[in-house]
Design a protein around this ligand. Structure first.
Ligand SMILES: Cc1cc2nc3c(=O)[nH]c(=O)nc-3n(C[C@H](O)[C@H](O)[C@H](O)COP(=O)(O)O)c2cc1C
Length: 142
């Protein structure tokens, strides 16, 4: 059984390359062996991550990430059973929300800046799917 989970959180530490690299390194180390795919988006002070995979594997990773003190204000936007993955090419893709084409952000939100905390989960997911389809994602696929 496959599930998808989408959450938003706020960064506790300033987001620099070191923090991001260490999160991405953990994802690349762990996610493939657990069959987890997804993408991690980051903005000024926000993380947005979608995780897909087996229910047990996603629950276990989600629990681990939720306890990570590099972020807080954890908000679950979607947790659902899925028939197929939307992010199957991504061990953990990476998106800098500050660099996304403004027209894509504007399509899904009131302003050019996306605020996942005040947007419906389905809207945020549509934005992430569009980012995949418009090749706005960087870093490694399977
Ligand atoms: C926003 C955020 C997203 C993360 N995403 C992942 C992930 O997709 N996979 C992962 O293994 N760790 C992720 N982590 C890191 C975990 O919280 C944890 O530090 C890591 O899995 C520990 O890896 P290890 O057991 O190999 O040392 C994330 C952390 C943060 C703050």
């Amino acid at each position: 059984m496959l599930v998808r989970c989408l959450y938003a959180s706020r960064t506790r530490v300033p987001l620099d390359g070191v923090v991001l690299d260490s999160i991405l390194a953990a994802s690349l180390r762990n996610n493939p062996k657990h069959g987890i795919t997804g993408i991690l988006c980051f903005g000024e002070d926000t993380f947005l991550q979608v995780l897909e995979g087996g229910r047990k594997e996603v629950s276990s990773l989600f629990g681990k990430i939720a306890r990570d003190d590099r972020h807080f204000d954890f908000e679950l936007l979607i947790h659902e059973d899925i028939a197929e993955r939307s992010f199957s090419n991504w061990t953990m893709g990476r998106v800098d929300l500050e660099k996304v084409n403004p027209a894509i952000l504007l399509k899904y939100s009131k302003k050019i800046k996306l605020d996942p905390f005040s947007s419906p989960g389905a809207t945020v997911l549509s934005l992430l799917e569009e980012l995949v389809n418009t090749a706005s994602i960087s870093i490694r696929s399977f």
